[in-house]
Design a protein around this ligand. Structure first.
Ligand code: GLY
Length: 344
C-alpha cells in the first residue's frame, strides 16, 4: 500500500490524515468496534485487520443520525467491554462520520476515533475537522461535539462504487473548497473536467487531496468556528435554505452548495465585493460541471429560511463572500438585497 500521512493539530487534538494512492485499498490494521452501513460493509470486509472486529451495520440514510441509534452504538460498546483506549472505526459517508464521531466523543468521555470516509463529500469535508452530531427535534446536527478523529483514512479507490448522484454532490463541495484557497486546484478543475467527471484515478486523487487540504488548513486555525472556519460555509446559507424549502433530498447537498456559491458570487457583485470577472468564473466553473443554477423556490420562503440560519449574529444575517480565490470575508446583508439576488 502506498500512503502518505499528514499530521494536523486541531486545538488540543492531533489528527492524522492518511492519503492513499489512487489504486490502494483501505488498510486499517485493527479496531475494537466498526460502524458502517449496508452500502459500505463491502469496503469494511476488504479493509484489513479491522474487518475482523465486531461490527454494527446500519441502514443507509440521514434517519440513522439520531439519538436512538447513537444509544445503540454506545450500548454495543459497553457490552463489548470497550475501554477509553480502544478504537471505534466509522466507515461511510457523512452520516456515519458525524454519528460515529459523536459516539466516540462521549463514550467514556472520549475514546479513540478512526474514520474512513467512503463518499467524495465525506472525504473533502465531513470526516475531517471534528464536527460530530445527530439530528434532533427536527433540526439537522442540533446535538453534537467537536471531536477530531485520531486518524482519517482517505482512499480514493473506494469511490469506484459511489453512485453518480453522490459523486456529483461531492464535486459541488470540492469546487467550493478550491475557491476558498487553492488557485491551482481551481485551474485543475477548469482544465481537467472530462477526466474528473470520468473519475480518472490519478487526477481525482489529486483533486481530493488538494480539496481536503484547503479544509485542513482552515480548521487548523479555528477548530470551534469562532472565526475563519465559517468561511467553509461559502454558499451554505443559500444552500441550506434551498434544501429546506425544496424539501430535503430534492437537491443533493452539493448541488445546493453549487447553486448557493453562485448566488453568493452574485450577491458579492451586487454589494461591490466580488468583481464581475470572478463572478463569471465561478458561474462558468459550476455550469461546466452541469450544476443547475436556477431554482424554482418561492423567494420569500427562501429568505425566511435564511433568517433561521446559524449565521445570524446580533440580529443580522452574515454571508460568506469572496473577491477572488482565497479572498473571503463575512458581510452583513439586508433582506432587500437578497430579494434582488434571488430574482436574478
Ligand atoms: N462542513 C463545514 C465545517 O466542517 O466546518
Amino acid at each position: 500500500m502506498n500512503a502518505d500521512k499528514r499530521c494536523f493539530t486541531l486545538g488540543s487534538f492531533s489528527s492524522d490524515v492518511v492519503f492513499y494512492d489512487s489504486e490502494s485499498p483501505l488498510n486499517i490494521p485493527n479496531a475494537s468496534l466498526v460502524v458502517c452501513d449496508v452500502n459500505t460493509e463491502h469496503i469494511v470486509e476488504a479493509c484489513g485487520g479491522a474487518a475482523e472486529a465486531p461490527r454494527i451495520v446500519l441502514a443507509p440514510g440521514e434517519a440513522e443520525k439520531s439519538l436512538p441509534v447513537l444509544e445503540s452504538i454506545l450500548s454495543t460498546a459497553v457490552k463489548g467491554g470497550l475501554s477509553r483506549g480502544d478504537t471505534i472505526l466509522g466507515v461511510g459517508g457523512g452520516v456515519i462520520t458525524d454519528l460515529v464521531g459523536f459516539a466516540a466523543s462521549v463514550y467514556m468521555r472520549g475514546c479513540r476515533l478512526v474514520l474512513a470516509p467512503t463518499s467524495l463529500l465525506a472525504m473533502v469535508d465531513a470526516a475531517f475537522g471534528g464536527k460530530t452530531g445527530v439530528n434532533f427535534a427536527g433540526y439537522k446536527n442540533m446535538v453534537g461535539t467537536f471531536y477530531p478523529a485520531a486518524e482519517v483514512h482517505v482512499a480514493p479507490s473506494v469511490l469506484s462504487s459511489l453512485p453518480e448522484v453522490e459523486f456529483r454532490s461531492g464535486l459541488g463541495e470540492t469546487i467550493k473548497n478550491a475557491l476558498l484557497g487553492d488557485e491551482g486546484l481551481v485551474e485543475l478543475l477548469e482544465r481537467e473536467r472530462d477526466a474528473i467527471e470520468a473519475r480518472n484515478p490519478e487526477i481525482l486523487g489529486e483533486v481530493i487531496r488538494r480539496g481536503l487540504l484547503v479544509k485542513c488548513r482552515i480548521v487548523e486555525q479555528d477548530l470551534t468556528e469562532t472565526g475563519i472556519r465559517a468561511h467553509l460555509n461559502l454558499g451554505h446559507t443559500f444552500a441550506h435554505a434551498l434544501e429546506s424549502v425544496a424539501g430535503f433530498g430534492v437537491w443533493t447537498h452539493g448541488e445546493a452548495v453549487a447553486w448557493g456559491t453562485v448566488k453568493a458570487a452574485k450577491l458579492g457583485e451586487l454589494l461591490g465585493v466580488t468583481p464581475a470577472s470572478y463572478r463569471k468564473r465561478v458561474e462558468q466553473l459550476f455550469a461546466g460541471y452541469g450544476f443547475r443554477l436556477q431554482a424554482e423556490a418561492p423567494h420569500e420562503r427562501l429568505i425566511e429560511a435564511m433568517w433561521h440560519d446559524k449565521k445570524l449574529k446580533d440580529g443580522r444575517l452574515y454571508f460568506v463572500l469572496q473577491s477572488g480565490v482565497g479572498q473571503t470575508q463575512l458581510v452583513p446583508v439586508e433582506p432587500e438585497t437578497l430579494r434582488e439576488v434571488l430574482q436574478d
